[in-house]
Ligand binder design. Structure first.
Ligand SMILES: [Zn+2]
Ligand SMILES: [Zn+2]
Length: 391
C-alpha cells in the first residue's frame, strides 16, 4: 500500500520532471519557437480537450467550459543566448544549467520558464482555466502589448509568476493592480505560504492592466534567483510552493469575477508609458510612507567595489545604477535600468531604536495609503510638477 509520504514524493517528482523539461528548452527574445511548439504539443498530448490558439506568436489556451475563468499568464522568452550544448542539472532541488562546450555555468531561464511550468501544471489540474503565453516580454512586453483583449473578456482575475525570490506578491506596477475585496480574499493565503505584498516592476500582467483588462491581476515570486545573469538558478522547493499557493488561490477565488479598473499613476502627466524607475531621485518615503520596506532577510543586491567605489547590479552586473524612489530612512536602494528593477544597496544605520519601532509599526498600515494619499488634487499636481521641474 502506498503511504501518504510516497504519494507526496511521487507528486513532487512528477512536478520536478516537468519543470526540468521546460527549463531544458532554450529561448531568447524573438527566437521562442521551440517553447511555443513545446506548449502546443504539451496541450495536444496532456490537455487534449483544451482549445489552443496561436496568434501573433502569443499562445492562448482555454480548458473547460465556463462563463468566467481564472487565468494564468507567462512569457516565453528569456534574456539568455541559445547555446549549442546546454544542459540542466538538479542538485538536491537547486536547478542550474551549464554550457557543456565551454564548461561554464549559464542562466537556467527560470525567468520565466518557471511561470510557464506553473501554467502547464494548472492546465493539468484545473477543470476550467485559461492560460496565455506572451512572447518578447524582456524587450518591453511586446507580446502582451498586442494581446487579444477579446480573449480576456471572460477572465475573472489573472496571475503571473514572474518575479525572483520566494516571498513577494506584487500588488502594484505603476498603480495598484487589485481591489480591496480581492486583497481581503487573498491575504490569509499569502500569509500561509510565506508571501507578503510588495510593489514591482513591469511585466505582462501590468501590461494587461494597462490594456484595460478590467479585473484584478497580480505577479509573484516563483523561486528563480539572479535572473538576467549566468548564475541564474531555480530553487525547486520555492517554485513548488508558488504553484501550491496559486492552486489554493484559484480554489478560493473560484470562477468568479473580481472587477478592477487599473489607473497608471503617471498617466495624467503625460508620462503614461514611463515606469516607476524613470523617476530618479524621488523620495519614496515622501510619496508612500514606509510601505514596502519590510525586509525579513536582507540581501544586498548592489555590489560595492571597495577599490573603485563602483556600484553594480548583483543580477546583471550593470554599472549604470540610478537613484531609486524606494530609498527611505531605513534602506538604501538603487534602480537597475537593465533589470528594470529596484535593488537593495543595504540597510541604513538607525541610531534611535524607538524610531525603528515606529517605522515597523508604520509598515503594518494598510497598503491602501499608496494612492489614498494621492488625491489628484491641485496641491498634489503642483508638488509633482515642482518635482519634475527640479529634476
Ligand atoms: Zn520575466
Ligand atoms: Zn526578466
Amino acid at each position: 500500500m502506498l503511504t501518504k509520504l510516497t504519494i507526496m514524493n511521487e507528486k513532487l517528482n512528477e512536478r520536478k520532471k516537468l519543470l526540468i523539461d521546460v527549463l531544458s528548452i532554450q529561448t531568447t527574445s524573438g527566437n521562442e519557437f521551440d517553447m511555443i511548439a513545446y506548449i502546443k504539443d504539451f496541450c495536444t498530448e496532456f490537455v487534449p480537450k483544451a482549445k489552443v490558439v496561436i496568434k501573433d506568436n502569443n499562445i492562448y489556451v482555454t480548458k473547460g467550459k465556463s462563463k468566467t475563468y481564472p487565468c494564468i499568464v507567462a512569457h516565453t522568452d528569456t534574456v539568455h543566448s541559445i547555446h549549442k550544448y546546454y544542459k540542466v542539472f538538479d542538485d538536491d532541488g537547486c536547478i542550474f544549467a551549464f554550457n557543456s562546450e565551454t564548461g561554464l555555468q549559464v542562466g537556467v531561464g527560470g525567468d520565466d520558464k518557471v511561470g510557464i511550468w506553473i501554467a502547464l501544471e494548472m492546465l493539468l489540474k484545473q477543470d476550467d482555466i485559461k492560460c496565455a503565453f506572451f512572447h518578447s516580454e524582456e524587450i518591453g512586453c511586446v507580446g502582451s502589448s498586442s494581446a487579444d483583449m477579446e480573449w480576456f473578456k471572460d477572465v475573472g482575475y489573472c496571475f503571473q509568476a514572474d518575479r525572483r525570490g520566494s516571498t513577494d506578491f506584487v500588488n502594484s506596477i505603476s498603480g495598484k493592480l487589485y481591489s480591496k475585496a480581492f486583497k481581503k480574499s487573498v491575504k490569509p493565503i499569502l500569509a500561509h505560504y510565506g508571501y507578503k505584498e510588495s510593489s514591482g516592476s513591469i511585466t505582462d500582467v501590468g501590461q494587461l492592466a494597462e490594456n484595460g483588462i478590467g479585473v484584478c491581476v497580480a505577479n509573484m515570486s516563483c523561486g528563480y534567483y539572479s535572473p538576467h545573469s549566468d548564475e541564474e538558478v531555480v530553487i525547486f522547493e520555492h517554485a513548488s510552493n508558488c504553484l501550491d499557493m496559486i492552486e489554493t488561490l484559484v480554489d478560493e477565488l473560484g470562477n468568479n469575477v473580481y472587477e478592477y479598473q487599473y489607473e497608471n499613476k503617471w498617466a495624467n502627466y503625460g508620462y503614461g508609458s514611463n515606469k516607476w524607475g524613470d523617476f530618479t531621485g524621488a523620495s519614496r518615503d515622501y510619496w508612500y510612507g514606509n510601505y514596502g520596506t519590510a525586509q525579513n532577510e536582507v540581501v544586498n543586491e548592489v555590489v560595492y567595489d571597495e577599490q573603485t567605489g563602483e556600484e553594480s547590479c548583483y543580477y546583471c552586473n550593470c554599472t549604470e545604477l540610478m537613484e531609486s524612489e524606494y530609498t527611505d530612512d531605513t534602506n538604501d536602494y538603487r534602480f537597475c535600468p537593465d533589470c528594470c528593477s529596484d535593488i537593495l544597496l543595504g540597510e541604513k544605520e538607525v541610531a534611535d531604536p524607538n524610531q525603528m519601532q515606529l517605522e515597523l509599526e508604520a509598515e503594518d498600515v494598510e497598503y491602501e495609503d499608496i494612492s489614498d494619499s494621492y488625491d489628484d488634487s491641485l496641491e498634489h499636481r503642483t508638488i509633482v510638477n515642482e518635482y519634475l521641474k527640479n529634476k
